[in-house]
Design a binder for this molecule. Sequence first.
Ligand SMILES: [Zn+2]
Length: 373
Amino acid sequence: MPMIDWIRDYLDGLGIESRLAAGADETKANLYATIAGGGGEGAEGGVALSGHTDVVPVAGQAWTSDPFVLTEKGDRLYGRGTADMKGFIAIALAMAPAMKAANLRTPVHFAFSFDEEVGCKGVPHLIERLGRDLPKPSLVLVGEPTSMRVVDGHKGIAAMRTTVTGLEAHSSRPHEAVSAVVCAMKIVGKIEEIVDGLRAAGRTDGGFTPAWTTFNIGVIEGGSAVNIVPNRCRFDWEFRPIPGVTAEDVLDPLNDYVRAELLPKMQAVAPGAGVETEIMALSPPLQAGAGSPAVALARKLTGANHTEKVAYGTEGGLFELADIPAVICGPGDIAQAHKPDEFIEIAQLAAGARYVERLVEWAANDGNIAALG
Ligand SMILES: [Zn+2]
């Protein structure tokens, strides 16, 4: 919140009003600000510059400089969030006076979110208000680090926690018990079967490496001793769907298996047995359609003559899901993100600044979104 307050005060000083869209507990908020020109279509439509204000922790990482003090060394700037993606937010804010002065024909919005790094949990509180009590942009430029390449697709992320409750017994009497660990292994096997089945059914996309939907069982815990049938097992897992694969494509057949096959067997022995799968985070894949005005604008501003896909997730898929075309393009290299001694090259910041400068020129002199794509 202190950072959001600082940004709000800064914009306020430029005569730009910002609105906060808080989460459930009001301790964190998205910030949304609109710079509308006099000559154009008012506050609706236009282009949103999107960035997340949170960063990943530095705990346990060996930094050679203070991660929260911007440190210049050679042609690089070091600090947590320099590449991911506070560099882009800094550029957007630095260009705000120019935007305000430019008498824009189409509005430019700032959409700065919270809690992106824990599964895109903040931005839905903003997106749900767009077109309701906040002006809805016609497209979104997401400034995640792509080394200024234009990215028109990424995989989604679905993170789950499954808890299996069985019934304990002495291990010499397993017929009176339901092993939560064995049941968990069956569910894990089913997950593998379902995800492999998607690939076998030809649901692949050669634009990605790897080209198919993947899964991972990241943590599994259960049981306490070799001679006790365990009554509880929990595992955290994720899958990363390619565009066109939904969370339901995995979760529906999994839930069907649990309900129809596994649970009846468990409950025949232990009526209180159960399986609970909780969605921890869900961010959809991004697949900008052919003729996406967002991709067309990013290509126009960068001069890029081709687009790419990336393996990491962004908030772009959530904007797309709300029918707001999105594209990913921003300064810095994702290879530096989340690591100790995270840095951005000053040349990347300069390229990012040129990108936003060209956006301001376009929004002031042209601004015709319908003519894009
Ligand atoms: Zn990021």
